[in-house]
Design a binder for this molecule. Structure first.
Ligand code: SAM
Length: 346
């Protein structure tokens, strides 16, 4: 390799890295060879966040979805999943419970279910008014009028993964979606003043390293407050059943490089990382992640929000995720902080 890893890291810090440099790092085949990058991403994360890990509690409040994303276990074509939508009381109680456990940010996530927008508005108003928590929404694509209404109700953040910026791959995986529109949604969320989170799945069928590198360059351009990276995992009731699981190493390499490109962004150690490898989230926290997102969905609904097979925490006792989260942070040499974790990247 003509350029050493050190040279490429310098290019990244100077803001000059391009697709080929990123691909070269992504293609390093062993942990040992990639270790200098992990060391650097861990150093940058500590520089900005110390040993602090922010917690965002998730409530998966509806699995109704109007979209047919090929990889997703709750896509509209899956007739084997029982559909549910929580009541306002159930959502509020889940948020109140997490606050008691010291979690000050709630993420309300669902399939793309515009039928629940009135419920979302009520939930945001009530959680902001009575619990004073930070609220993140992760409910898919809306027009800017819809996003503005959520914002007026009090939502602070919005999570919308681009999933992949590769036009061909995006089209193949999202037969009823449009990459340009999804991109516009992200820019319109930003313009409205949300703390915007985006992200991708790593290891999708037919996804190249070049494509992941271009996703990363897109993140650098958008400069989001948060980037969620998850390995692709197949679901038995989707068209991608039987496809190969992604691997944790490629996911971690991607996360480390994103930490270098966006030093101050919030990067979660995702549930999918913990599913693909029992120590996936600990490993992620060690090399650059600074957020963890325990599940506070009431137990009886969790089985019906399986986005992929073998999702962890589905049969776990309600409330256990908060203590489990502390253990994961500790195992990574970090500690959970009681903070709303507002973005440092503005
Ligand atoms: N409907 C909202 C949206 O479109 O942004 C949010 C909910 S969506 C179910 C949450 C995320 O789960 C997606 O952005 C996707 O990256 C991830 N996901 C879905 N299916 C997955 C799979 N099979 N493997 C890994 N991640 C998956």
């Amino acid at each position: 390799m003509a350029e050493t890893i050190k040279d490429i890291l310098k290019e990244i810090h100077a803001g000059r890295i391009g697709e080929s440099g990123l691909v070269r790092l992504l293609s390093l085949p062993t942990h040992d060879e990639f270790q200098p990058v992990f060391d650097e991403s861990a150093r940058i994360c500590r520089k900005h966040f110390g040993d602090r890990v922010y917690v965002r509690g998730i409530v998966e409040f509806s699995n109704y979805c109007r979209k047919g994303c090929l990889y997703c276990g709750i896509n509209k074509a899956n007739r084997r999943v029982g559909r549910y939508r929580l009541t306002l009381e159930e959502i509020f109680n889940a948020a109140a419970f997490m606050k008691k456990q010291g979690v000050l940010t709630v993420v309300l996530q669902s399939g793309e279910d515009p039928g629940s927008d009135a419920l979302v508005l009520d939930a945001v108003r009530r959680i902001k008014g009575e619990l004073k928590m930070a609220v993140t929404l992760s409910v898919g694509e809306r027009d800017s009028g819809g996003y503005r209404e959520f914002l007026r109700a009090g939502a602070d953040r919005y999570l919308l993964r681009i999933e992949s910026t590769d036009p061909k791959l995006f089209k193949k995986l999202h037969p009823d979606d449009d990459l340009e529109y999804r991109t516009q949604c992200l820019y319109s969320l930003k313009k409205l003043g949300y703390e915007v989170g985006t992200g991708i799945m790593v290891g999708l069928p037919d996804q190249s390293l070049e494509s992941i590198a271009r996703d990363m360059l897109f993140f650098r351009e958008l400069n989001p407050a948060m980037v969620g990276i998850g390995p692709f995992l197949p679901h038995q009731d989707t068209p991608l059943r039987g496809r190969k699981n992604s691997d944790i190493f490629l996911t971690l390499k991607t996360l480390a490089l994103i930490r270098l490109l966006l030093p101050k962004s919030n990067l979660p150690a995702t549930t999918a990382m913990g599913t693909i490898d029992p120590t996936g989230r600990q490993q992620a926290l060690k090399i650059g992640a600074n957020v963890i997102m325990p599940n506070f969905t009431p137990s009886k609904y969790r089985e019906s929000y399986k986005l992929y097979d073998d999702k962890i925490c589905v049969s776990e006792e309600y409330g256990k995720c908060a203590s489990c989260t502390r253990g994961i942070a500790r195992a990574a040499g970090k500690c959970i902080v009681r903070s709303k974790g507002y973005s440092k990247s503005k």
